[in-house]
Design a protein around this ligand. Structure first.
Ligand SMILES: Cc1cc2nc3c(=O)[nH]c(=O)nc-3n(C[C@H](O)[C@H](O)[C@H](O)COP(=O)(O)OP(=O)(O)OC[C@H]3O[C@@H](n4cnc5c(N)ncnc54)[C@H](O)[C@@H]3O)c2cc1C
Length: 500
């Protein structure tokens, strides 16, 4: 059994502790935030999580993650529900008039509605009950312990961590799960190790506010999408646990005026009241805010490479998981799911290769390339399509744009009508006038979309499915004969006028 030191007890670090701890390995997690175990979800919501400020923002926990828990850690799923999380069954939310009789595979289309702090709290409680897992909190990692490898490659081998009080934690394997803001390249460069990094800005800033339903009040009936994109403003409502929910509004980085307005708690509510999907949620009789407006900028897509050009590891005895390895635009709600998937990939590579550091690294990075990297690429492509996009209407927010990417390639093989989709604006048009209306009326298309959105199929799966493509094209070709789609909200000028 290996001794594993983990930097960071966010979702990825906790996932590694769960997977490796249950496999019998000795795991020590080092978390810089001083966060003693809370006694309830409400108390966990007050955790001071400066190391993971996104916990104060809306989080979706997709079906891929829920299914992973269902299949491998049913006790964790049960504990989440006991803590007040609820299942989000997408089939029960199919558009009005569509047959909701479950089909084979529909049992997988269930996500988890929960605050991020509640999710983390349940994971934390679970791993603290694992006899081979230990957590140290309120203590940062400041350095790596390294040796030159004994073989002739001369590649540095990490043998543990140095903590801010000077303590050395020796380990067979070191896992970096420090999240999007931890300076892993800096940590590694102090040991002479350089890694590759690719960064693409998402171009957006997040504004989130949490609410609680008032006594006796209920969530509004869901009659339309709970998220979407007005072009200049993205919006979404996220049900949480214990009668909480959050609203996220995301503005363009360069839109100073809108950003200024969104930071004001009163204006935030006034703006939410202008958008049909969020308006009913912020009615004064229905809910009350339980936080101010939380703002998060610097939202990057970033991936890191730990193999050199010939496919050999640039460092041994160290892996990165979660955002420390690959992070994607939060709008698409994939980070926690991918972090837990990657924690499993780490555990699988450990099971297969044990302490053969070279083979384990090659296997882990290979599995990451197959399972995680396609979502990084999809994220970057979606962002490019969204940049300065005209009014686009989707549900859930923005995820449908990934299909426009696929539409670009599929259209080449499709009819001349779809040739429009080979340009970015054509791809948007194809999505707006083909995919989105088809999702409202065609159960095959909406199921295919939901499976992709929930990471149950690969990002290009919609447009590599000829049946789905044919159905979407039929709807697209009918676009001139349909009434104009209802607006999802005001344009920017109208919104600013309404709040002035
Ligand atoms: C605004 C926003 C909204 C998001 N919404 C969603 C969503 O809807 N759904 C979803 O699935 N994902 C979402 N994500 C992504 C998700 O939050 C991340 O993918 C996920 O937190 C990754 O987990 P992690 O463990 O890699 O990093 P984190 O959860 O950030 O954890 C990193 C941990 O490392 C600790 N740490 C850092 N440096 C040190 C150090 N030197 N020593 C010790 N500890 C250290 C930090 O304190 C922190 O606890 C969102 C992200 C953002 C930014």
């Amino acid at each position: 059994m290996a001794k594993i030191a983990v930097l960071g007890a966010g979702v990825a670090g906790l996932g590694v502790a769960l997977a490796a701890g249950r496999a019998g390995h000795e795991v020590i997690l080092i978390e810089r935030d001083d966060t003693p175990l809370a006694v309830s979800p409400a108390e966990a919501f007050d955790w001071d999580r400066q190391g993971a400020p996104q916990v104060r923002h809306s989080h979706a926990f997709l079906a891929r993650l829920r299914n992973l828990l269902r299949d491998r850690y049913p006790d964790v799923l049960e504990a989440l529900y006991a803590a007040g999380a609820t299942p989000m069954d997408f089939i029960s939310m199919l558009p009005e008039g569509m047959d909701r009789t479950p089909l084979p595979g529909d049992e997988d289309l269930v996500a988890i509605a929960c605050r991020r702090t509640t999710f983390e709290w349940v994971l934390r409680k679970t791993i603290l009950n694992e006899p081979s897992v230990k957590l140290v909190h309120g203590m940062g990692v400041t350095g790596l312990q390294t040796n030159q490898a004994s073989d002739r490659t001369g590649v540095a081998q990490v043998t543990g961590l140095t903590l801010e009080d000077g303590t050395v934690v020796q380990a067979d394997i070191t896992v970096i799960a420090g999240g999007r803001r931890h300076d892993l390249p800096g940590l590694l460069s102090a040991s002479g190790v350089a890694i590759r990094e690719t960064i693409e800005d998402t171009g957006i800033v997040y504004f989130s506010r949490f609410f609680q339903l008032r006594k006796g009040a209920e969530f509004p009936a869901q009659t339309g999408p709970i998220g979407g994109d007005l072009g200049y403003l993205k919006f979404g409502v996220f049900p949480g646990d214990n009668r909480t929910f959050s609203i996220t509004l995301a503005a363009g980085v360069t839109d100073r005026e809108l950003r200024r307005q969104l930071t004001d708690p009163d204006q935030f509510i006034t703006i939410a009241a202008q958008i049909p999907a969020t308006a009913a949620h912020v009615e004064v009789d229905r809910s009350q805010p339980i936080t101010g407006v939380n703002v998060m900028a610097g939202l990057l897509n970033r991936r890191r490479g730990f193999l050199d050009e010939s496919g050999e590891p640039v460092v041994l005895g160290l892996h990165a998981v979660g955002d420390a390895h690959t992070c994607t635009n939060p709008l698409y709600g994939r980070g926690c799911s991918l972090a837990l998937v990657q924690a499993e990939l780490f555990a699988d590579s450990l099971k297969e290769h044990g302490l053969n550091h070279r083979d384990r690294a090659v296997a882990f990075e290979g599995a990451t390339r197959d399972e995680i990297t396609p979502w990084y690429r999809a994220s970057v492509t979606q962002d490019q399509l969204n940049a300065d996009s005209p009014t686009v209407q989707n549900s859930p927010a923005d995820a449908a744009t990934s299909t426009a990417d696929a539409a670009t390639s599929t259209a080449e093989a499709a009819t001349s009508t779809a040739e429009a989709a080979t340009s970015t604006s054509g791809a948007r048009e194809f999505m707006r006038d083909g995919l989105l209306p088809a999702m409202r009326t065609d159960p095959v298309v909406v199921r295919a979309f939901l499976r992709m959105f929930n990471l149950l199929e690969d990002p290009n799966s919609l447009m590599t499915n000829s049946d789905v493509v044919a159905r979407v094209l039929t709807v697209f070709n009918d676009r001139e004969d349909r009434p104009v789609e209802a607006s999802m909200g005001p344009d920017r000028a109208l919104l600013l006028e309404a709040i002035s």
